[in-house]
Ligand binder design. Structure first.
Ligand code: MIC
Ligand code: SF4
Length: 648
């Protein structure tokens, strides 16, 4: 069993309850929270529904970085609500244009050894600075702002030992792609990752943050680096040296599992369509033609990354068959690039400069042409996430992306035949927090602006006496929350559940046939319950609680899968949908769409660890199927009440 790790030290300092045995329920105190606009509006509506006047955390920040296109009034309506509700509840507001929540939080607020809960799955970026930073659904973040501890399973700890030093043109992105090729996106629920070994010292904080950011794709709860001299230097350069503390594992530290990675042996890698763990060396893709390159996102848009890109583009031109778009991670990064001339080199090369925000990473513009390859420095390439059906999206480092933008085909940085730019972290970053609005001392007197597109969080009914379910959809492995609740052009409806619910499982709708939403609503309106059947890693990816709220709104009462990812399972519970897993994985094959799933005595059944459901086939045959109901006592109470908002 793991001992004396950095993760355990942080947990020990924050543990409110729990035995400390891996897999057993635990609860931790949350020091800081962050929200972003696409999940935040619902989170603050939930906070208001709880009747909380002022947040109880040390620091809570509300960012606007996702919904910034402002096609129609919805986005700006959300921003106005977020700005005024933040002022009223004691939350700092980061204005649109200030940057992506994870990048800005790392720069301006991250503190080693503290806990951070964020309504975004890439919150673990903060692990790069030694924080225990965890992604969660909006309701869990609202509860943390209300002063409640965060409930999780005490983790198993995977130690990743880094030795050696990255070679030129090999980047932090290649480390995490290597880790993804080993651990994959499946089967890591309930684990946390800790990096150790002498290779750690060679990595700067922004490089570490790339690694912890994309740790989200492993499905682990968070990833953490120690806090050392490198961390101190970064904080000092941000003018925040006073918050630095040293955090290191004990000399006798042990991990539940250890993976060793020799940084010297790594080479440029790419995650191929359409999963972040479908990793191949770039050399095997060499020569493949590329139509679009995009550099940015919370994974790879730091000052270091974009300075590297600028050095590579300097004096070169973007290939005529390629469009190159660049979205800087923060105003700090963009302003520094502008002031030191690097931005001019990027513009001169022919790049299209986007505003500081998530942009194309969440399908807000820049969808690629059909049947063309798009190469991105992002963290996710789930099918259709670019906004183009049948897309072919590859994920690479900024170095590799810049080389491809110039040559028009797969290659790595070395192909440009230039001296490798040794980029030093600045001694001081440009610090200007004027895009950050501190909470208003007048608190309660602030008028909260609610335009008509701001709805109310829908509330479920208490769990019925029996489940009279109809299977409305059956999905394959790795169904992501992007599959369940698409973003892209629909993202602007996050505050309007009836509207957003129309596109649940949109990617699976067939032309000329009723949509998932229509079929589920018909089941609901007939007085029966919707059931979703999934396979492995159901609900991977985004933390969006809309992937629970909208199915709930359409009458779904249970999800049955081989395995359900952590954040999504918690969101299902929070909105009164029972997450169940097959006791015998082979039973997945026995259930089809339109089968009936009956659980008599449901309210009693959810108190048990194992439930037997009756599956009634279309020909009347009845098959018993054993299901695991692995919930904590608190979860069972929430499910019985029909969701967390019904529990006073
Ligand atoms: C994502 O990368 O998928 C998002 C968009 O940032 C989501 C949050 C959301 O859906 O609003 C996430 O990662 O949690
Ligand atoms: Fe934004 Fe993309 Fe990061 Fe999600 S993964 S927070 S959409 S930049």
């Amino acid at each position: 069993m793991a001992k004396n790790t950095v993760i355990q030290k942080i947990l020990a300092n924050h543990l409110v309850s729990g035995s400390g045995i891996p897999g057993e329920p635990a609860a931790i105190r949350i020091d800081q929270t962050l929200t972003q606009d696409a999940t935040g509006t619902m989170a603050y509506l939930e906070l208001e529904a709880m009747g909380i006047d002022k947040v109880k955390t040390e620091l809570s920040v509300s960012y606007v970085d996702h919904n910034m296109m402002q096609n129609g009034p919805e986005n700006r309506n959300d921003h106005l609500y977020l700005q005024t509700v933040a002022a009223s509840k004691g939350v700092t507001f980061s204005r649109p244009g200030n940057g992506i929540c994870h990048q800005v939080h790392l720069e301006r607020f991250g503190v080693p050894g503290k806990t951070l809960l964020g309504s975004d799955s890439h919150t673990p970026t903060g692990g790069g600075i030694g924080m225990m930073a965890i992604g969660a659904g909006g309701l869990d973040v609202a509860l943390a702002m209300a002063g409640q501890p965060f409930r999780l399973a005490y983790p198993k700890i995977i130690g990743i030992k880094l030795t050696g030093r990255l070679r030129p043109w090999v980047a932090a992105k290649d480390i995490i792609l290597k880790v993804l090729s080993i651990l994959t996106t499946k089967g890591n629920v309930g684990c946390m990752v800790e990096y150790f070994g002498e290779g750690v010292e060679t990595l700067t904080v922004p490089q570490r943050a790339t690694v912890t950011n994309m740790g989200a794709e492993l499905g682990v709860t968070c990833s953490v680096f120690p806090s050392d001299e490198m961390t101190r230097r970064f904080l000092e350069a941000q003018g925040r040296g006073n918050v630095w503390v040293e955090l290191k594992a004990g000399p006798d530290a042990e991990y539940d599992k250890v993976i060793e990675i020799d940084l010297n042996a790594l080479e440029p890698m790419a995650a191929c369509p359409s999963s972040p763990d479908n990793v191949q060396p770039v050399r095997e893709l060499r020569g493949k033609k590329v139509g679009q390159v995009i550099i940015g996102s919370c994974t790879n848009s730091s000052f270091r990354d974009l300075t590297m890109v600028a050095c590579m583009l300097k004096g070169r031109k973007v290939h005529p068959d390629v469009t190159l778009a660049i979205a800087p991670g923060s105003k700090q990064v963009l302003e520094m690039l502008a002031r030191d001339g690097a931005l001019a080199d990027i513009i001169a090369a022919g790049a299209r400069i986007l505003e500081c925000g998530c942009g194309p990473c969440i399908g807000q513009g820049q969808s690629p042409a059909q049947d063309t390859i798009t190469v991105r420095t992002f963290n996710r390439n789930f099918p259709g996430r670019t906004g183009t059906k049948g897309d072919q999206a590859y994920l690479v480092s900024p170095e590799t992306a810049a080389a491809i933008a110039v040559t028009g085909e797969f290659c790595d940085g070395a192909s440009l035949n230039m001296a490798y730019p040794e980029i030093q972290e600045p001694d001081s970053f440009l610090v200007d927090d004027s895009m950050m609005i501190p909470p208003c001392a007048c608190g309660k007197d602030v008028e909260i602006i609610r335009k008509p597109t701001i709805g109310k969080p829908p509330v479920n009914t208490p769990l019925p006496e029996a489940l009279d379910g109809v299977v409305v959809i059956k999905t394959q492995d790795k169904t992501s929350t992007d599959d369940i609740m698409p973003a892209g052009i629909h993202l602007k409806h996050r505050s309007n559940i009836p509207e957003y619910a129309k596109v649940v499982f949109e990617r699976f709708n067939e032309p000329g046939k009723p949509t998932f939403a229509q079929r589920a609503a018909a089941v609901r309106d007939s007085g029966r319950h919707g059931v979703i059947v999934g396979r492995d890693s159901y609900g991977q990816g985004s933390s969006r609680e809309h992937a629970a709220i909208c199915p709930m709104y359409l009458g779904v009462k249970a999800v049955i899968a081989m395995a359900i990812e952590r954040i999504h399972a918690a969101n299902l519970v929070n909105f009164g949908i029972i997450p169940l897993t097959f006791a015998d994985r082979g039973d997945y094959d026995k259930i089809e769409v339109e089968d009936t799933v009956r659980i008599p005595n449901l309210r009693n059944a959810v108190l048990q660890k194992e439930i037997t459901a009756e599956v009634v086939k279309k020909d009347g045959q009845v098959i018993p199927v054993r299901l695991n109901c692995n919930l904590s006592d608190e979860d069972r109470k929430i499910i019985l009440a029909g969701g967390r908002l019904n529990l006073k």
